[in-house]
Design a protein around this ligand. Structure first.
Ligand code: HH2
Length: 406
């Protein structure tokens, strides 16, 4: 008989893992279904629940053996609303939702919000494929590496590297050789302090390269732009994704353009305009605000007819954020799960790495790789990078640990 440790710590990240844990110890199949909802725990933070609703909510969750933490002002009836930390098993939440739907004070609406969040953390309703016109990408099996091709004279780390169409095409081909799964073309720098580029100039930089690459590359292209004219011309030239760093705030019509071409749409969070976004950014609740901005973008995209299977969300590392904000976004990247969409993260050579390690832009590779690996561990589906070869190796290795092989 092999000696085994008597007590072990178990962390169950998904329903599938919980099911496996029960099956491994030989639980009766009927028992698996009964016990599974009691093994999965959830903790949600609810923003500003009105007083009477909060009191009922607390009472109902406590009655089910869960917990609902509220502000101390609630007991004194001295607050109009309170944030709530709501904790319980899946079984307790299921029973709570049924009850909330029969209650007054807007609790039925909170039940809907909670149900959406519960479904999202379990991965239910999450698109299985990033649907693109010519190169659809199945989701969930590995992390895709998006190579950056900046066709700009002033990008912060690689501006002015490709003075001709031929040089840009060769650079993109080299990135694909190194394992890039997509190529992101940018004709306007979004670095802090960058000034807007006239539309004719952005078109001149992007469209000829896009047309050449669309014919030659076996991978999809995206265009990093906030301009309708540029997105349109690029999509007509064979590009398959619009990467909108404003998250449909600069030009909401971008959604209709993407929809008309059956294109993918990346919605990123940013605060303000690149020219001024780093002037002392302040957030009351960083994640709360980032998620609301992205959810609004998602709603706009859906209203324009873009299906969820064509959407990706991105927290926008470095866009109107301090180093501490950027670190907090990376530390809790799993917060994005609540949107139920694939996630893209862009940290490559960014100033947060320069500031933490005190290194210039050409020495930020290792720092970049560390952030990529953590992003994979926290569920990123896409990473946007300059150094494709190194990123592909780091991400594949991280994927093998996190998701297993094959
Ligand atoms: N970062 C940059 C540009 N576009 N798009 C998405 N979706 N996510 C990002 O994090 C992101 C982005 C900034 O980096 P870079 O392209 O290297 O620099 P510049 O904007 O100066 O060209």
């Amino acid at each position: 008989m092999v000696e085994m440790r008597k007590v072990r710590v178990v962390r169950l990240e998904s329903r599938a893992e919980a099911r496996r844990a029960l099956q491994e110890i030989g639980v009766d199949p009927a028992g698996v279904d009964l016990m599974l909802p009691k093994l999965r725990h959830h903790l949600f933070r609810l923003h500003q629940v009105p007083l009477r609703a909060a009191i009922l909510l607390k009472q109902e969750m406590l009655a089910r053996g869960g917990e609902a933490a509220v502000s101390r002002e609630v007991a004194a009836l001295a607050a109009e609303a309170t944030d709530v930390l709501l904790s319980g098993t899946e079984a307790q939440f299921a029973s709570l939702l049924t009850k909330l739907r029969t209650q007054p004070f807007g609790l039925a609406g909170w039940a809907d919000e909670l149900e959406t969040a519960l479904r999202a953390v379990e991965g239910e309703g999450r698109p299985a494929v990033f649907e693109l016109p010519r190169h659809p990408l199945p989701l969930g099996a590995r992390t895709y590496v998006m190579g950056i091709l900046n066709l700009t004279p002033d990008s912060f780390s690689d501006g002015g590297r490709y003075p001709t169409v031929e040089a840009a095409v060769a650079a993109a081909e080299a990135m694909v050789e190194e394992g890039a799964d997509l190529i992101d073309l940018g004709g306007e720098s979004t670095r802090p302090g960058a000034l807007p580029v006239p539309v004719e100039e952005e078109l001149r930089r992007v469209v000829p390269v896009a047309e050449q690459l669309a014919e030659r590359l076996p991978v999809p292209l995206s265009v990093d732009t906030t301009k309708v004219e540029v997105a349109k011309a690029a999509l007509e030239g064979g590009v398959e994704v619009v990467n909108d760093t404003s998250g449909l705030t600069a030009a909401p019509e971008l959604a209709r353009v993407a929809q008309a071409h059956g294109a993918g749409l990346v919605l990123m969070h940013r605060r303000g305009e690149p020219a001024t976004m780093q002037d002392n950014p302040v957030y009351v609740d960083l994640w709360g605000e980032v998620l609301e901005h992205l959810a609004t973008g998602v709603r706009r995209a859906e209203e324009a007819g873009v299906p969820r299977s064509r959407l990706v969300v991105d927290p926008g590392i470095g866009f109107g954020k301090t180093v501490e904000h950027n670190l907090a976004l990376l530390r809790h990247l799993e917060e994005l799960q609540v949107l139920g969409l694939p996630v893209l993260v862009g940290t490559s050579r960014k100033s947060l790495i320069g500031r933490v390690l005190d290194l210039p832009v050409e020495e930020r590779l290792e720092g970049t790789l560390a952030t990529l690996v953590l992003a994979v561990a926290k569920g990123a589906d896409f990473v946007r990078v300059h150094d494709v070869r190194a990123a592909v190796r780091a991400v594949r290795m991280a994927d093998a640990v996190v998701r297993g092989r094959g």
